[in-house]
Design a protein around this ligand. Structure first.
Ligand code: SF4
Length: 98
């Protein structure tokens, strides 16, 4: 099942936890926040939303759980999957026409 790794970058406080547990996909940027390596960037009203398609949650699941401000999300790309969290709905809205 393919997944998409999502980063609500505007919430990031630069604690480095994601880089520590998943250095393959995460790096710290010059502005003190983290970035998903080789991700796409979307401008949403709150800031920058980064996304990267991944095959397995792997260490990024640990990053999602370790993030103190809950700005990392892993969503399944199965179209039959119905998101049920407020955060998933927020991300879906930003990925749409808004
Ligand atoms: S764990 Fe969360 S707050 Fe910390 S650097 Fe990564 S994305 Fe930012």
């Amino acid at each position: 099942m393919p997944f998409t790794l999502v980063h609500e970058r505007w919430k990031c406080i630069g604690c480095n936890a994601c880089v520590a547990v998943s250095p393959e996909h995460w790096e710290m940027a010059d502005d003190g926040k983290s970035d998903i390596k080789e991700s796409t960037h979307k401008n949403v009203p709150e800031g920058i939303l980064e996304e990267l398609d991944i095959k397995e949650p792997g260490p990024d699941k640990d990053a999602e759980e370790a993030c103190p401000v809950s700005c990392i999300h892993i969503k399944q790309r199965d179209p039959t999957n119905v998101p049920n969290s407020a955060q998933s709905r927020l991300i879906q809205e930003h990925s749409g026409k808004n």
